[in-house]
Write a protein that binds this ligand. Structure first.
Ligand SMILES: CCCCCCCC/C=C\CCCCCCCC(=O)N[C@@H](COP(=O)(O)O)[C@H](O)/C=C/CCCCCCCCCCCCC
Length: 252
């Protein structure tokens, strides 16, 4: 995928952040990213396969993480969340804001340094473009912005693993909040934890959830989750190791 139609994507995201109709526009934004990759997009509905494909493209042969594919993966996930209802809008809006910041870096004059997460970290640290101990001059550094999505990727991994091994009786709200409590919640203020916990109760049941994934039978969903999880885990682990090596896992 190439961000040759960067302006269109950027315009779409800017509108998306400002708009109340966030769900509809998230679809549009992802639609454009997908088009840039020649993915078949006649059907604008979310499919788990699309997200799987973007995470598959994330890692280079030498395990570098391509930022544009990472961003495309998140846009796909936001589309999914938007299809679940407006109660998740505050979460989607935060995710989209962060995606927008990363796309701005990719499209900016220093975009060449933002091709991979590895090159982004090196560039920003070498040039003191990251607030390391307290928030200051660089609230929109790529490193701190991606870290927020990276932590959310751990939540996703834990949640999807629960979904994969769930039974018909399992509750998505319980699986979601367990995954959240084991990961992201540790980085969130009390008020955010409460709001997130409330939103989880609005999640549809497992059967509807599987339907929205547009994969097929529950057995096919489970099989695809089995394919998707190692990819997501690897992207997570490569990023985690990179951030650990550079001592930037706690950026303010
Ligand atoms: C394959 C399909 C099945 C799963 C689909 C899941 C779709 C999930 C899509 C997006 C997930 C949301 C990502 C949220 C990123 C949150 C980043 C964050 O931590 N931000 C906080 C800190 O930011 P700064 O203030 O430091 O800039 C911010 O305070 C958060 C605000 C919003 C609340 C975030 C709650 C996160 C809950 C994650 C679970 C989402 C549940 C969705 C259920 C489908």
């Amino acid at each position: 995928m190439s961000l040759s139609n960067e302006c269109e994507i950027k315009d779409g995201l800017e509108t998306l952040v400002e708009s109340q109709a966030i769900g509809e526009l998230a679809n549009l934004a992802y639609f454009r990213v997908a088009m840039a990759d020649s993915v078949a997009v006649e059907d604008p509905k979310f499919t788990l396969q699309e997200v799987l494909d973007t995470f598959k493209s994330c890692l280079s042969e030498n395990k570098e993480v391509f930022l544009e594919h990472y961003v495309a993966g998140w846009l796909g996930l936001v589309r999914f969340m938007n299809s679940l209802g407006s109660v998740f809008s505050f979460i989607a809006k935060d995710a989209v804001n962060k995606i927008q910041i990363l796309i701005n870096h990719l499209n900016g004059e220093n975009g060449a340094h933002y091709v991979t997460v590895q090159s982004m970290v090196k560039y920003e640290l070498d040039n003191q473009l990251v607030d390391l101990t307290k928030r200051g001059s660089f609230p929109e550094s790529g490193c701190r912005t991606l870290l927020r999505l990276h932590r959310a990727l751990r939540w996703l991994e834990l949640f999807l693993e629960r979904l994969r091994t769930s039974t018909e009786e399992s509750k998505t709200s319980v699986m979601c909040s367990e995954a959240y409590n084991e990961s992201l919640s540790q980085h969130h203020a009390w008020i955010i934890r409460k709001a997130a916990g409330t939103a989880f109760w609005a999640l549809p049941g497992r059967a509807t959830f599987f339907d929205v994934m547009n994969v097929g039978t529950p057995e096919q969903v489970v099989a695809m989750l089995g394919d998707a999880l190692p990819l997501i885990s690897e992207v997570y682990q490569v990023t985690e190791d990179l951030y650990a090596q550079n001592n930037i896992l706690d950026l303010p």
